[in-house]
Design a protein around this ligand. Structure first.
Ligand SMILES: [Zn+2]
Length: 633
């Protein structure tokens, strides 16, 4: 027995030594595997002719493996990874080709079999960059003078891994003499080659690079920590030169945002502003930067800037509202997991509201211009026929469809209304808090509670609807659940939630002359809106973009895609149409000859109210709306 015991102990000792040795080998192997980052080299030298080349080395072990092309793009809330533009895909291991097969259901996934003995696979791919100036980050974003490098378009990663757990070391080769800006930490630079520090896949995809021949870096908070930069690349040298007064307002934006939120959640922040008439125009938020794409004259032409003044404030707010605090359904673990947009009226709606507030507080728009732009949104929403059948909540859930929806019958379909209607609802919440607390508190206090906390590097704090309600209740006890649910889930009405405007001391009204903001919008969009009078939006040649179902043109039988040829027998132009609408007030006659394909007919509109353009007029209540727009600093 003792022997056996001794023997047993001996065996146990020996086996425990083996186990320990195996464990050590295993731990060492896992640790060394975990330490091996994906290596990515992107050649952007041919960006001006709209093709990128990428080489990846991805750690792997023998056997079946699936590589994934990022599909669900953060901030786009949709499966918009430009898979169609992935080309030249070649995979090898140790210099020998490895066959790949696309999954026949999940078309963004590529199956391979890693050969025996291999510790990594090499992937070569090209990205065919779009020249169509529409859409978001997969739209045109490269010209002869500049390029926005979105890393998600240039890589594959092992399917199933959390993007936080994948390490990646990226290197970028730029066209000669181009400069660049990015929030991605730089390791070393060597001529046109930039080596970045190893980061997680999350950080890489969240940190695009803006590069260009004409480039200017402007410090927006000199000497302060964290640092803020306005990195501008443009199609011409002149377009970089925004007037100093305008730059001062962007410096004020930083101060006002910090006063609003009370903390920052980034190491440094870069506005990556690309200015060109050849690229898609949009903003895409990131934690430590934003990809902001606008017209070439955005900084140098007052009208151009007026029409898009809230672009940078909106994207900047997202660093707090969207990136740091993120709805549960949008805080996905990688780019395969579908996103759920049910709280987009917070993610985008509150951002739209706070972006509007900060645009005014920083002086990028005057209070009057801010009211004009609010009036335009309110009027648009107040004529949405589609709210009869579709709730605001449904526009959020269906965001991934609606971003791509056509502009015709927009009023009947509804659009991504969770932006502007969300804004109206948050304005109402702000006025409510101010009233409930006799002016002692405001939505600013909620922002400091919900989005503040200690400053530091990026982190994500997901939230649910209940968390949001709880947090609002700490600012002002109120039935916030019913407040939001009754607005967000409502159908069967044609009226927008205008309680915030009214509680803010104004009412939506209509006048005969368009506001400065409306004129700027029409000019920049090169379209004519007589939406609030006869219910039409038209292209310069008279082609009808949209028809509002409740208005005179629609009631007369006119539809989208038709083309107005004459107005009261005068050849169509935007001015002639407006004149006809004004004259109808006296004559009662507004006859439109409208072509519909091969046929044409005269439509007699029953309309006598003249031109109608939205404005906000004071009502009898205190002007809380003016208080909201006043700077904090
Ligand atoms: Zn947004």
């Amino acid at each position: 027995m003792p022997l056996r015991l001794n023997r047993c102990i001996a065996i146990m000792k020996r086996s425990s030594r083996i186990v320990a040795a195996l464990a050590f080998i295993l731990v060492f192997a896992v640790a060394s595997f975990a330490q091996q980052p994906i290596r990515l080299h992107v050649d952007a030298a041919e960006a001006p002719r709209r093709i990128y080349h990428a080489d990846l080395n991805i750690p792997a072990s023998p056997g079946p493996m699936t590589l994934f092309y990022p599909k669900w793009i953060p901030g786009e809330h949709a499966p918009t990874g430009p898979i169609t533009d992935l080309a030249g895909l070649k995979i090898s291991a140790g210099g020998r080709p490895v066959e790949w097969k696309r999954d026949s259901v999940e078309l963004f996934a590529f199956h391979i079999n890693v050969p025996q003995g291999a510790t990594s696979v090499d992937v070569k791919l090209d990205f065919l960059s779009n020249s169509d100036a529409a859409g978001f980050s997969s739209g045109a974003s490269a010209t002869s003078e500049l390029a926005v490098v979105s890393w998600n378009q240039l890589l594959l990663y092992p399917q199933g891994k959390a993007s936080d757990d994948v390490e990646i070391e990226a290197e970028l080769h730029l066209p000669a003499d181009w400069k660049f800006g990015t929030a991605l930490p730089v390791g070393k630079k060597n001529g046109s080659n930039v080596q970045f520090k190893t980061v997680s896949l999350t950080t890489l995809v969240d940190s695009p690079v803006l590069a260009g021949r004409h480039f200017r870096e402007i410090e927006l908070s000199p000497g302060a920590t964290p640092a803020h930069y306005l990195d501008v690349a443009a199609d011409s040298e002149e377009a970089l030169n925004g007037p100093p007064q305008l730059i001062e307002k962007y410096k004020k934006l930083i101060k006002e945002a910090q006063a609003l939120f009370g903390a920052t959640h980034y190491r440094e922040y870069h506005f990556l502003l690309a200015l060109s008439d050849q690229i898609a125009h949009f903003g895409l938020e990131h934690h430590e930067s934003s990809d902001d794409q606008a017209r070439e004259n955005y900084l140098t032409d007052a009208t151009s800037h007026l029409a898009g003044a809230s672009l940078l404030p909106h994207e900047y707010v997202h660093s707090w509202n969207g990136k740091y605090r993120r709805p549960d359904g949008l805080a996905t673990r990688n780019y395969e997991q579908p996103m759920k947009g049910d709280l987009l009226w917070v993610y985008e709606g509150l951002t739209e509201y706070l972006g509007w507030v900060l645009t005014a507080r920083s002086g990028l728009l005057t209070a009057e211009q801010s009211r004009q732009s609010l009036a335009l949104d309110a009027a648009m929403l107040d004529t949405r026929a589609g709210r009869e059948w579709r709730s605001l909540a449904d526009t959020a859930v269906a965001a991934q469809l609606l971003y791509d929806a056509r502009p015709d019958w927009e009023s009947a379909r509804r659009s991504v209304d969770f932006y502007s209607e969300g804004m109206l609802i948050w304005l109402e919440a702000d006025t409510l808090i101010r009233k409930q607390t006799q002016g002692r508190k405001s939505l600013d206090d909620f922002c400091r509670t919900f989005h503040g906390g200690p400053s530091g590097p990026p982190q994500v704090k997901p939230y649910t609807f209940d968390n949001l309600v709880e947090s609002l209740n700490t600012v002002t006890p109120y039935d916030w659940k019913s407040f939001f649910e009754s607005r967000v889930n409502k159908t069967g009405t044609n009226r927008a939630p205008l309680g915030g405007i009214e509680g803010g001391g104004y009412r939506l009204s209509y006048v005969a002359i368009p506001s400065e903001a409306e004129r700027a919008n029409d000019l920049i969009r090169q379209s004519t809106s007589v939406a609030f009078s006869i219910g039409l939006k038209l292209n310069p040649d008279g082609t009808i973009i949209d028809v509002l179902p409740e208005k005179a043109a629609s009631k007369a039988g006119i539809g989208p895609g038709m083309k107005v040829v004459t107005v009261n027998d005068h050849k169509y132009s935007s001015d002639v149409l407006r004149e006809g609408i004004r004259d109808a007030k006296l004559t009662g006659a507004l006859d439109l000859l409208v072509a519909n394909g091969k046929s044409s007919s005269t439509y007699k509109l029953n309309y006598r109210e003249g031109e109608k353009h939205p404005v906000l007029e004071r009502n009898a209540q205190p002007a809380l709306l003016d208080d909201i727009l006043k700077p904090l600093r």
